[in-house]
Design a protein around this ligand. Structure first.
Ligand SMILES: NC(=O)c1ccc[n+]([C@@H]2O[C@H](COP(=O)([O-])OP(=O)(O)OC[C@H]3O[C@@H](n4cnc5c(N)ncnc54)[C@H](O)[C@@H]3O)[C@@H](O)[C@H]2O)c1
Length: 282
């Protein structure tokens, strides 16, 4: 399979220049995918793309910007003609300190981690659905890189944890209805991994808690090769663990929350909320 093979599936990977996104890109290329490497660091992405060959193309993109992502997806379609898999992977850590002590006046918290790690994923998912739905019923896959920090609290990164748990519950909320369109949505939740994000701190940690990249690739392989959906797959040194949502307080409550009739009833109820702020207010 080569770049001119119109039947070769196409993947968009955000944050593909480094770390987990780069490892997934290499795995996809080895499996015959054509891959759009979407990254803010286009210089590094181009270096890696040149090494990988003409099955890859680089599009500079800031995932925190809707316009930047919309342009990136439109360009991807112009280059390759289709999109089958989207891996919303780009992410950054918290800009700390989040909450200052009282020695200074109140400061607006730095929310860039939410903009990149949650809004960026929302934009990627929205665009992925739009383009994958054009696949004439073939469907596709949406993979979101959340984190162990979306499963457990993270004292050193509260907004990072908020963004990542937001990704998991958004994924769980849409997975069932997307699966009806053969679009299978899942999260990978890596543990501590030696990448550009963490490399400088790696000497501080015991080696046996570091997640091997092979486990992350096994997770991605599972998402690609099966019709699993709604999974929050923790991928860590200890292996792969499909983390479940908490128990409901009764089977009837679960049935009510999950039934299609309930979703229909909400829709029939019309728009909710009576905020006095206009819809154009952020
Ligand atoms: N490394 C870990 O221990 C770990 C653990 C759990 C989850 N994760 C998640 O894995 C994902 C990948 O991170 P990584 O560890 O491979 O780090 P990394 O720094 O090696 O790679 C992240 C890539 O994202 C790109 N990027 C950052 N902000 C961007 C933006 N606004 N727009 C476009 N591209 C942007 C960077 O240029 C970089 O190439 C992130 O979502 C991260 O939160 C990492």
């Amino acid at each position: 399979m080569d770049a001119t093979d119109k039947d070769a599936p196409v993947a968009v990977v955000t944050g593909a220049a480094s770390g987990i996104g780069l490892a997934v890109t290499k795995f996809l290329v080895a499996r015959g995918y054509r891959v759009v490497m979407a990254d803010w660091n286009d210089e590094l992405a181009k270096k890696e793309s040149t090494a990988l060959g003409d099955q890859t193309s680089v599009i500079k993109c800031d995932v925190a910007s809707w316009d930047s992502q919309a342009t990136m997806f439109a360009t991807a379609i112009k280059i390759w003609g289709r999109i089958d898999v989207v891996h919303a992977n780009a992410g950054i850590p918290d800009q700390l300190p989040l909450f200052h002590d009282n020695s200074i006046e109140p400061q607006k918290p730095k929310t860039l981690a939410i903009e990149v790690d949650l809004y960026g994923v929302i934009y990627s998912t929205s665009l992925a659905l739009f383009y994958i739905r054009q696949n004439k019923g073939r469907g596709g896959k949406i993979i979101i890189t959340a984190s162990q920090a979306g499963v457990y609290p993270l004292a050193t990164g509260p907004l990072y944890a908020a963004a990542k748990s937001g990704c998991i519950n958004m994924m769980r909320s849409i997975a069932k209805s997307c699966a009806k369109e053969q679009i299978y949505v899942n999260c990978i939740c890596p543990g501590l991994t030696d990448t550009g994000l963490t490399h400088n701190a790696m000497d501080q940690f015991p080696k046996n808690i570091v997640a091997p990249m092979e486990n992350h690739i096994r997770t991605i392989e599972t998402f690609l090769d099966t019709d699993i959906y709604g999974a929050a797959m923790e991928s860590d040194a200890g292996g792969l663990f499909n983390r479940q949502k908490p128990d409901y307080w009764s089977p009837e409550h679960q049935a009510w929350l999950e039934s299609d009739e309930t979703a229909d009833a909400w829709e029939k109820g019309g728009p909710l909320g009576s905020s006095q702020l206009g819809s154009d207010h952020r």
